[in-house]
Design a protein around this ligand. Structure first.
Ligand code: ADE
Length: 233
């Protein structure tokens, strides 16, 4: 699996892969990361990549030419590359997307800076367009990293223990039950006693009850959906 970040600012991204789980996964060749800078493809004599927006408006828009040429070169190298644009004007990225993208051989994330990307680039090259939430970032780099992180932990072997993937929040409509570790008592705060007794069926039912109460508190609509599907089955 290959991830290519198409960005003017690869230094914003690189550090994330220099430690922890993703570093180990790269050392095991479970995936590799590449960078492509649209500025390297600019035909402008000052390597300019942006300009003012037609129709007015504040800020600069990324020009089509450097991105067309960068993405053409990417597609020429690998015709199977799946090109994803990160922008707040898109459908929200969810866990099912992460699982689906983890099966691709090559995913490229295109990050916009300034006020955005000339729409013709998105129209011509986007296989998919994602937003990571209803807020505006200064650029798509963080959003690309968020999506890449969520995808890469779904690649076989990255987490080491695939069981931990199965019980996660969003695999079911309920949010995950809380976790506890040692010590049993810390600054007067205890772990729920059922968690400590080793009766797995009681632990399971307590966790389900806690999952439901977390979901009711944070995502009441999701709990309603869950209850409705349970009634149907
Ligand atoms: N670029 C700027 N804001 C973004 C967002 N919320 N999601 C994806 N890309 C973005």
């Amino acid at each position: 699996m290959t991830f290519t970040f198409v960005t003017l600012f690869s230094n914003l991204i690189e550090g994330y892969f220099n430690d922890s789980i993703l570093k180990r996964a790269m050392e095991k060749s479970l995936f590799s990361v590449k960078y492509l800078n649209p500025r390297d493809f600019s035909t402008n004599k000052h390597s300019k990549v942006d300009d003012t927006a037609f129709g007015g408006g504040a800020g600069m828009v990324m020009n089509p030419q450097p991105l067309f040429d960068a993405l053409d070169s990417l597609k020429k190298e690998d015709e199977n590359v799946h090109i994803v644009f990160m922008t707040p004007v898109a459908k929200p990225f969810v866990q099912n997307d992460a699982k689906r993208l983890a099966k691709k051989s090559h995913v490229a994330f295109v990050s916009g800076r300034y006020e955005g990307i000339d729409e013709r680039v998105i129209e011509k090259y986007a296989d998919e367009v994602f937003s990571i939430g209803d807020y505006i970032l200064t650029g798509g780099e963080l959003a690309s990293l968020v999506v890449c992180d969520a995808v890469s932990r779904n690649i076989e072997g990255v987490l080491g223990n695939s069981a931990s993937l199965e019980v996660e929040s969003f695999e079911t409509p309920l949010l995950e039950a809380p976790s506890f570790s040692k010590p049993k008592l810390y600054e007067g705060l205890s772990v729920p006693s059922e968690y400590l007794k080793g009766n797995h069926s009681k632990i399971r039912s307590l966790k389900l009850a806690l999952s439901e109460s977390k979901t009711k508190f944070f995502r009441p609509q999701e709990l309603k959906k869950h209850k409705a599907t349970q009634k149907l089955s």
